[in-house]
Design a protein. Structure first.
Length: 211
Protein backbone atom coordinates (compact mmCIF):
# COMPACT_ATOMS: atom_id res chain seq x y z
CA UNK A 1 0.00 0.00 0.00
CA UNK A 2 2.83 2.41 0.87
CA UNK A 3 5.50 1.00 -1.45
CA UNK A 4 7.53 -0.44 1.43
CA UNK A 5 7.85 -3.76 -0.41
CA UNK A 6 10.61 -2.20 -2.52
CA UNK A 7 12.86 -2.36 0.54
CA UNK A 8 12.89 -6.16 0.20
CA UNK A 9 14.26 -6.22 -3.34
CA UNK A 10 17.92 -5.32 -2.53
CA UNK A 11 17.86 -7.93 0.24
CA UNK A 12 16.54 -10.59 -2.14
CA UNK A 13 19.11 -9.73 -4.83
CA UNK A 14 21.90 -9.95 -2.25
CA UNK A 15 20.51 -13.22 -0.93
CA UNK A 16 20.39 -14.80 -4.40
CA UNK A 17 23.89 -13.55 -5.24
CA UNK A 18 25.31 -14.90 -1.96
CA UNK A 19 23.39 -18.12 -1.39
CA UNK A 20 22.03 -18.95 -4.84
CA UNK A 21 18.41 -18.71 -3.69
CA UNK A 22 16.11 -16.58 -1.57
CA UNK A 23 12.79 -17.05 0.20
CA UNK A 24 12.28 -13.32 0.81
CA UNK A 25 10.45 -12.38 -2.38
CA UNK A 26 8.87 -15.75 -3.09
CA UNK A 27 6.38 -15.19 -0.26
CA UNK A 28 6.09 -11.45 -0.84
CA UNK A 29 5.05 -11.77 -4.49
CA UNK A 30 1.90 -13.81 -3.83
CA UNK A 31 -0.45 -10.95 -2.75
CA UNK A 32 -0.84 -9.76 -6.35
CA UNK A 33 -2.81 -12.94 -7.06
CA UNK A 34 -5.06 -12.53 -4.02
CA UNK A 35 -6.01 -9.17 -5.51
CA UNK A 36 -6.76 -11.05 -8.73
CA UNK A 37 -9.12 -13.32 -6.78
CA UNK A 38 -11.13 -10.54 -5.20
CA UNK A 39 -11.37 -8.74 -8.54
CA UNK A 40 -12.86 -11.88 -10.10
CA UNK A 41 -15.53 -11.93 -7.38
CA UNK A 42 -16.22 -8.21 -7.83
CA UNK A 43 -16.55 -8.50 -11.61
CA UNK A 44 -18.97 -11.41 -11.27
CA UNK A 45 -21.01 -9.90 -8.46
CA UNK A 46 -21.24 -6.17 -9.12
CA UNK A 47 -24.31 -4.75 -10.81
CA UNK A 48 -22.66 -1.44 -11.70
CA UNK A 49 -21.15 -1.09 -15.12
CA UNK A 50 -18.54 1.48 -14.10
CA UNK A 51 -17.24 -0.75 -11.29
CA UNK A 52 -16.86 -3.59 -13.78
CA UNK A 53 -15.19 -1.20 -16.22
CA UNK A 54 -12.57 -0.28 -13.63
CA UNK A 55 -12.14 -3.87 -12.42
CA UNK A 56 -11.37 -5.43 -15.80
CA UNK A 57 -8.13 -3.50 -16.56
CA UNK A 58 -7.15 -3.78 -12.88
CA UNK A 59 -7.62 -7.55 -13.18
CA UNK A 60 -5.33 -7.71 -16.21
CA UNK A 61 -2.68 -5.61 -14.43
CA UNK A 62 -2.80 -7.82 -11.34
CA UNK A 63 -1.97 -10.90 -13.41
CA UNK A 64 1.31 -9.23 -14.32
CA UNK A 65 2.04 -8.17 -10.74
CA UNK A 66 0.83 -4.56 -10.91
CA UNK A 67 -1.76 -4.27 -8.15
CA UNK A 68 -1.98 -0.50 -7.66
CA UNK A 69 -5.05 -0.12 -9.94
CA UNK A 70 -6.77 -2.95 -8.07
CA UNK A 71 -5.93 -1.65 -4.60
CA UNK A 72 -6.53 2.08 -5.01
CA UNK A 73 -9.27 1.88 -7.62
CA UNK A 74 -11.39 -1.02 -6.37
CA UNK A 75 -10.56 -3.10 -3.29
CA UNK A 76 -9.30 -0.51 -0.80
CA UNK A 77 -12.31 1.84 -1.20
CA UNK A 78 -14.61 -1.17 -0.77
CA UNK A 79 -12.65 -2.24 2.37
CA UNK A 80 -14.04 -5.77 2.79
CA UNK A 81 -12.40 -7.19 -0.40
CA UNK A 82 -9.13 -5.56 0.64
CA UNK A 83 -9.27 -7.08 4.13
CA UNK A 84 -10.00 -10.53 2.68
CA UNK A 85 -7.07 -10.18 0.29
CA UNK A 86 -4.72 -9.22 3.14
CA UNK A 87 -5.84 -12.16 5.27
CA UNK A 88 -5.41 -14.71 2.49
CA UNK A 89 -2.03 -13.20 1.55
CA UNK A 90 -0.76 -13.68 5.09
CA UNK A 91 -1.80 -17.34 5.11
CA UNK A 92 -0.32 -18.05 1.68
CA UNK A 93 2.93 -16.25 2.51
CA UNK A 94 3.28 -18.28 5.72
CA UNK A 95 2.61 -21.48 3.76
CA UNK A 96 5.34 -20.64 1.23
CA UNK A 97 7.85 -20.06 4.04
CA UNK A 98 6.80 -23.31 5.73
CA UNK A 99 7.20 -25.24 2.46
CA UNK A 100 10.59 -23.60 1.86
CA UNK A 101 9.64 -22.29 -1.58
CA UNK A 102 12.57 -20.24 -2.84
CA UNK A 103 13.47 -18.11 -5.82
CA UNK A 104 16.67 -19.03 -7.63
CA UNK A 105 16.86 -15.84 -9.67
CA UNK A 106 15.33 -12.38 -9.61
CA UNK A 107 13.10 -11.32 -12.43
CA UNK A 108 9.64 -10.10 -13.27
CA UNK A 109 6.44 -9.92 -11.28
CA UNK A 110 3.14 -11.73 -11.57
CA UNK A 111 3.15 -14.65 -14.00
CA UNK A 112 6.71 -13.79 -15.03
CA UNK A 113 8.02 -14.84 -11.62
CA UNK A 114 7.42 -18.57 -12.22
CA UNK A 115 10.67 -19.32 -14.14
CA UNK A 116 12.65 -18.01 -11.17
CA UNK A 117 11.15 -20.79 -9.00
CA UNK A 118 12.73 -23.61 -11.02
CA UNK A 119 15.50 -25.21 -8.97
CA UNK A 120 19.14 -25.16 -9.98
CA UNK A 121 18.90 -28.88 -10.71
CA UNK A 122 15.86 -28.36 -12.92
CA UNK A 123 13.46 -29.54 -10.24
CA UNK A 124 9.87 -28.38 -10.70
CA UNK A 125 8.69 -29.36 -7.21
CA UNK A 126 8.81 -25.84 -5.80
CA UNK A 127 7.17 -24.50 -8.94
CA UNK A 128 4.37 -27.05 -8.62
CA UNK A 129 3.81 -26.10 -4.98
CA UNK A 130 3.72 -22.47 -6.01
CA UNK A 131 1.04 -23.23 -8.61
CA UNK A 132 -1.01 -24.99 -5.94
CA UNK A 133 -0.73 -22.04 -3.57
CA UNK A 134 -1.45 -19.69 -6.45
CA UNK A 135 -4.73 -21.47 -7.10
CA UNK A 136 -5.65 -21.13 -3.42
CA UNK A 137 -4.59 -17.48 -3.47
CA UNK A 138 -6.96 -16.75 -6.35
CA UNK A 139 -9.96 -18.90 -5.47
CA UNK A 140 -9.96 -18.46 -1.67
CA UNK A 141 -10.58 -14.68 -1.69
CA UNK A 142 -12.89 -15.06 -4.69
CA UNK A 143 -15.13 -17.59 -2.94
CA UNK A 144 -14.94 -15.82 0.43
CA UNK A 145 -15.78 -12.49 -1.14
CA UNK A 146 -18.87 -13.93 -2.81
CA UNK A 147 -20.40 -14.55 0.63
CA UNK A 148 -20.63 -10.84 1.38
CA UNK A 149 -23.10 -8.22 0.21
CA UNK A 150 -20.18 -5.84 0.10
CA UNK A 151 -20.61 -2.21 -0.76
CA UNK A 152 -19.96 -0.74 -4.16
CA UNK A 153 -19.81 2.77 -5.54
CA UNK A 154 -22.77 4.75 -6.71
CA UNK A 155 -22.60 7.61 -9.18
CA UNK A 156 -21.86 10.10 -6.40
CA UNK A 157 -18.76 8.27 -5.24
CA UNK A 158 -20.32 7.17 -1.96
CA UNK A 159 -20.99 3.54 -1.21
CA UNK A 160 -24.33 1.82 -1.39
CA UNK A 161 -25.57 -1.74 -1.12
CA UNK A 162 -25.65 -3.70 -4.35
CA UNK A 163 -29.38 -4.20 -4.11
CA UNK A 164 -30.43 -1.45 -6.47
CA UNK A 165 -29.39 1.50 -4.29
CA UNK A 166 -26.52 2.59 -6.47
CA UNK A 167 -28.55 5.24 -8.29
CA UNK A 168 -30.02 6.93 -5.23
CA UNK A 169 -28.89 10.53 -4.85
CA UNK A 170 -27.27 11.65 -1.61
CA UNK A 171 -29.49 13.86 0.57
CA UNK A 172 -28.88 17.59 0.12
CA UNK A 173 -28.35 19.58 3.33
CA UNK A 174 -31.00 22.19 4.07
CA UNK A 175 -28.44 24.91 4.59
CA UNK A 176 -25.39 25.12 2.39
CA UNK A 177 -22.81 27.66 3.46
CA UNK A 178 -20.81 29.35 0.74
CA UNK A 179 -17.21 30.34 1.14
CA UNK A 180 -14.75 31.96 -1.23
CA UNK A 181 -11.39 30.21 -1.42
CA UNK A 182 -8.40 32.07 -2.86
CA UNK A 183 -6.26 30.06 -5.27
CA UNK A 184 -2.69 30.83 -6.39
CA UNK A 185 -3.40 29.07 -9.69
CA UNK A 186 -4.72 30.52 -12.93
CA UNK A 187 -7.09 28.36 -14.92
CA UNK A 188 -10.63 27.16 -15.39
CA UNK A 189 -12.78 24.86 -13.30
CA UNK A 190 -13.76 21.81 -15.35
CA UNK A 191 -16.46 19.27 -14.37
CA UNK A 192 -14.93 16.03 -13.19
CA UNK A 193 -16.73 14.00 -15.87
CA UNK A 194 -14.69 15.85 -18.54
CA UNK A 195 -11.35 14.71 -17.15
CA UNK A 196 -9.50 12.34 -19.56
CA UNK A 197 -8.74 9.90 -16.71
CA UNK A 198 -11.76 7.57 -16.60
CA UNK A 199 -11.14 6.56 -12.98
CA UNK A 200 -11.73 10.14 -11.82
CA UNK A 201 -14.26 11.01 -14.53
CA UNK A 202 -16.49 8.10 -13.54
CA UNK A 203 -16.66 9.35 -9.95
CA UNK A 204 -15.19 6.12 -8.58
CA UNK A 205 -12.64 8.06 -6.54
CA UNK A 206 -15.28 10.43 -5.16
CA UNK A 207 -16.76 13.80 -5.99
CA UNK A 208 -14.61 16.73 -7.07
CA UNK A 209 -13.65 19.18 -9.78
CA UNK A 210 -10.71 19.63 -12.10
CA UNK A 211 -8.82 22.92 -11.99
Amino acid sequence: MFGMHWALIPLAISDVATNGSSSILSAALLPCFTQTGVLVAIMLKTKEEKVRTISIPAFVSSIFGVTEPAIYGVTLPMKTPFYISCGVSELMGAAMIALDIKMYSTGGLGVFVFPSLIGQDGSLLKLSLRFLLLSLAVFSPSSSNSLYEYQIYNSGGEVAKAEGKADEAAPVPKEIQQENIASPLIGNIVPLNRVPDQVFASGAMGKGICY
